[in-house]
Design a protein around this ligand. Structure first.
Ligand SMILES: NC(=O)c1ccc[n+]([C@@H]2O[C@H](COP(=O)([O-])OP(=O)(O)OC[C@H]3O[C@@H](n4cnc5c(N)ncnc54)[C@H](O)[C@@H]3O)[C@@H](O)[C@H]2O)c1
Length: 476
């Protein structure tokens, strides 16, 4: 492709965080019925009795938020809603729970979110933030939706296709404010790309290629070292390593098949590669990257899905693979193909260096030109005959911030930009890439019926087997 570069835009400033409460923590006295920290930690645990200074504050305008999963990404999410009233915190790791309690004095704490939902009266909270491992997202989210509470849930929304459908429909029935944690969506660059694509700057788009440079997952120890993977693992370990102090391992496992603790699983992002806990790079980074063509091209359910990669492993997601989605024509919109690449797999134009070889990117190929984007910048690539391109006026208003958008939506009913009605189908599409990969079949997808008519044997990957006592259908 002969190209003329037109322009790029700088990364927008990250949305600012609301300020954290600064009151000193009070000592725990009564605790909840089940004891949020358990008796072993009660003495000196610096949490959970509302200090006088907070009680005296007028918090009528504050959202009462329960935060489930407070470490890793959950720590950032907690910080982002600290301007509201944090009434409950929950984490399976006591150390993390303590730290969350110190940030949010006045909150009550639990290590088991099922008990949080049993103990906390629906009248005592308005909203829930979920940042646990992927395999417990649906379990931590659904009770809130059934209680008609607003939910912010990290990406990917759920662990599998069926859970995504259940959560999407429950959110629709609840009519509450929802947002999936794809915060890149709130930044300026994605907005400008969407305006260009929707405005026809590159004509009719019939191909999209999204690739990410991260090569984490099942690969040789040499490749794991070469690509900076955080762990090199080829199979489920036979032995175990000591459970980190304070971690309730059985609760962490939740609905997943039981096994002894081993450091190859924990913490994130190590667990992302195990099918029992996560969905590999496809659903993890696909949540952010495929978000862009989903938005720009109004995508939803693909017609067919086909994956290309190494032979599938029963338990581990691959480091490298690619997946081709075909979308049929939708109303006035032309059919198109979207290809996802992870790890060593790259689009042909990247391999041939006819486009800049960005580490990760999204290439929209249209009848009039191409557009290359990543999280923070974009580049229009036109043939030599296009000379007088004029950027369209900005039509998508700036976001007030991904979390702030959700908080405002909870309070006033304004829309969010990644509600579950949008992010549920996005999550389904990403998971379908894994279903195609794991089944080794080109899938014809009947989205309405949630069936794969040409390969019914692949339908087992739309859901999973739940550990006894954790059956998902019991809470749906
Ligand atoms: N939006 C982003 O850019 C972004 C970045 C990183 C991670 N994430 C997402 O955030 C989620 C968490 O990822 P992470 O890397 O922070 O994982 P992590 O393992 O580092 O942290 C998860 C936290 O949740 C707690 N937790 C786990 N299971 C729990 C349970 N059943 N109940 C209560 N607490 C539980 C853990 O103890 C830990 O504090 C994932 O869905 C991941 O994809 C999003």
């Amino acid at each position: 492709m002969r190209t003329r570069r037109i322009e790029s835009s700088p990364r927008a400033a990250s949305p600012s965080l609301v300020s954290a409460a600064t009151s000193p923590p009070a000592l725990d006295a009564a605790g909840s019925r089940r004891g949020f920290l358990g008796s072993s930690l009660a003495a000196g645990a610096a949490l959970f009795v509302t200090p006088t200074i907070i009680r005296a504050e007028n918090r009528a305008d504050k959202l009462r938020v329960a935060v489930i999963g407070c470490g890793g990404r959950g720590g950032g999410n907690l910080d982002s809603v600290m301007g509201e009233q944090i009434v409950a915190v929950c984490d399976v790791n006591e150390k993390t729970l303590r730290a969350a309690g110190q940030k949010a004095p006045g909150a009550k704490g639990w290590i088991d979110f099922r008990e949080l939902y049993d103990d906390l009266k629906p009248s005592a909270y308005d909203a829930v933030v979920v940042s646990t491992t992927e395999h417990t997202h649906a379990f931590a989210t659904l009770p809130a939706l059934l209680n008609k509470k607003h939910v912010y849930c990290e990406k990917p929304l759920t662990h599998n296709v069926r859970e995504a459908r259940v959560i999407t429909e429950a959110a629709q029935r609840a009519g509450v404010a929802t947002q999936m944690g794809t915060q890149i969506h709130a930044e300026a660059n994605y907005r400008r790309v969407v305006e260009l694509v929707k405005g026809g700057a590159i004509g009719t788009v019939n191909e999209v290629h999204c690739w990410v440079g991260r090569a984490w997952g099942l690969q040789s120890p040499e490749d794991a070292q070469k690509y900076g993977d955080i762990v090199a693992v080829q199979d489920r370990p036979v032995g175990s390593t000591p459970i980190p102090e304070g971690l309730a391992w059985d609760l962490w496992l939740g609905p997943a098949p039981a096994r002894p603790f081993h450091e190859v699983y924990w913490p994130g992002p190590k667990w992302y590669r195990w099918w029992d806990f996560g969905s590999g790079t496809m659903s993890d980074l696909g949540s952010h990257w495929i978000d862009l063509p989903f938005w720009a091209l109004d995508l939803d359910a693909p017609k067919t899905i086909e994956a290309f990669g190494p032979p599938p492993h029963l338990e581990l997601a691959p480091a490298s693979m690619h997946v081709r989605y075909e979308y049929g024509s939708r109303g006035a919109r032309a059919p198109l193909s979207l290809t996802w690449y992870q790890g060593k797999d790259k689009p042909q134009a990247w391999e041939e260096a006819t486009i800049p070889r960005w580490d990760s990117g999204c290439l929209f190929v249209g009848t009039e030109g191409s557009l290359l984007a990543d999280y923070g910048k974009h580049l229009l690539l036109f043939g030599p005959d296009v000379r007088d391109f004029k950027r369209p006026a900005e039509s998508i208003p700036p976001s007030i911030g991904h979390h702030a958008e959700w908080v405002q939506a909870c309070k006033t009913g304004t829309p969010t930009t990644c509600p579950f009605g949008y992010s549920g189908p996005l999550t389904e599409a990403n998971h379908l890439g894994n279903v195609a990969y794991r089944s080794g079949k080109k899938l014809e997808w009947d989205a309405a019926a949630m069936k794969i008519p040409n390969a019914p044997e692949a339908e087992k990957f739309l859901t999973r087997e739940y550990r006894q006592g954790w059956e998902f259908d019991r809470i749906t």
